[in-house]
Design a protein around this ligand. Sequence first.
Ligand code: MN
Length: 736
Amino acid sequence: MTEAALEKENKQIARQYKELLRISYRSLSNEDKKQIRKAFDISVEAHKDQRRKSGEAYIFHPIAVAKIVASEIGLDATSIVAALLHDVVEDTKYTLEEIQEMFGETVAKIVDGLTKISSLKKDKDVSQQAENFRKMLLTLNDDVRVIIIKIADRLHNMQTMDAMRPDKQEKIASETLYIYAPLAHRIGLYNIKTELEDLGLKYTEPEVYNDIHTKIKESKEEQDAYIKEFSRVIEDSLNQEDLEYEIKGRPKSIYSINLKMKAQNVSFDEVYDKFAIRIIYDSDPANEKFLAWKIYSIVTDHFRPNPTRLRDWISSPKSTGYEALHITVMGPKGRWVEVQIRSRRMNEIAEKGYAAHYKYKQGDVQDDHGIEEWLNKLQEALENPDANAVDFVEQFKLNLYSKEIFVFTPQGDLKSLPKGSTPLDFAFSIHTEIGLKTRGARVNNKLVPLSHELKSGDQVEIITSENAKPNINWLDYATTARARAKIKSSLKEEKKEIAEEGKAILARKLKAQKIPFNEKSVNELVVFFNLKTSLDLFYRVGIGKIDNQKLKEFANSRSNALVSYIKRKIKKPVIAEDLNKDEITTKYDQLVFGREEDETLEYKLANCCNPIPGDNVFGFVTVNDGIKVHKKDCPNALQLQSNYAYRIIPAKWIDSSQQDFKAVIKLTGLDNLGLVSEITQEISSNLNVNMKKINFESLDGVFNGRITLVVKNNSILNKIIDRLKKINGIDKVSRE
Ligand code: MN
């Protein structure tokens, strides 16, 4: 570079720096400015020999990132300092220790977080990317500013990618669409999210992007005319009310127009809501809501509203903090158009998200914005060792984009949950302990099943009980990642505990049968009962599914050749697994037949395909040999199914320990006050028992009851009968 060119560049750097200070959203103190100057000087010095792919001096990049952070996002001086320094440790001779010495611990921590994120190995592979994402979130250091500055960094890189190789552009762009845009959305940086999406599309599908881009430019004039016409109609009425306001058009992003074109398979011209109309008004805090509805009423005086498209984000802000009133009306030329009504404050929150909350709420933003809570939830999910990285990211994104519902606690506090949430999700969102002790729920004062889908506006009360705990069915009712993870880990714990007890019981019982309790006999038992692991065996003993009778059968079989017969059939090495192993495999130990999968029948396994537990199978009724079970992909299956369809019965392997059975008990006694509640309490305090039906009659002081229970096994049922007999006033209890 020539001397003159260098001088010109230096001037430009100085100009950029001055602009950075000028455009800061927050007012900066003299001390702030001193720190920023220091960071700028260090950054200039550190990057002095580096140039970007485009040829310009590297320092333009950190300044640009700092400008986004300062102005578009509106973060504090600490963040501006960290943004200026964000690539220093990674790319130059400076160490983190030196940064800490010069700028203190907070800045050093943020820079450290940023350095860690960029040093994650980048890979095209989605699962690798997901894993990186997971790690990235783990390196947050509890400081959300790390992720926000990272988003700004990514935005500037996306804005300046032209000099890069096309394959690199595409890779970075798709990562941006996959991870950074959703993150920006969640943090409430809507403008940045939109820009990231548009840029993402520009590099992943350039033709599509350019096509829509050109068409938007072409239709701009028509759009402006439309907005003018709309304004003209309502201006007088708004002015009469002495309102300070502005009316703007808000074009839909290229990215979302493209989504719409694809989803509805329509052309650009057929996308009707290519822009919305935004009315931004001035208001003092006390009148904000009132004025929004006043403007709403003026708009709808002139244009017919579509009542199904009213969204009141003022009374119930989105979990990102977004507030506004949205209504779709039939505008000029008979076209539906969305009108967004927001105060200036709401508008700033919508555009700056996080930072605007600082400005308006004064207090600790981390509390009132829910970001901290969100990060905590994220952290919890991340620490769950069961979660696979791809699942995690998908679930995470699902939670980001799925529509939200708003429900109330009994105290009237508002909670936002993903659409489709149930009382269980609600319980776990309040507190894990409440979730785990959920016994039932009342929605709007009515008892509902735990599977009940909540709707916006519901008031939800969770009924807890010390004796309640999660059961396997809960996984069908819970939809949020958080609730499901908690339920799973609790079930696992419980199963381990029961298995521990079962192990001790088994040792005792084997001793009584004169069978040694060792690895060999445990292995034989696992095989005999068609199980996969010793844990499954102990668990079944623990819940009474494998009882004395069954153990006797085993003892008898040991003396004959059955064991070796079954072994041969199963053809699968079975290794006794240690209880410490925390993976609990799915296990299938019982075949059930019929459409309802509820019949247990005698059967034999076919020799041609040797099915093992868990295989997809069907039963075939033979002429002389009872039911033979074949694999669905058995070489003979097609021929059997086509020639003898009427002899095929559906069959399925199930986990018998998860099978419940129904039992009816009858009670008689002397009628007294509170007897019924005592009975039901006794039953409901018993774990693993559900009451399906209750019928009580009383005649002249004599009481008759009939209760249908769902229990896991006989021993539980007998225990209940014994306990009921002890209730004062009960005369007889028996099974029907
Ligand atoms: Mn950077």
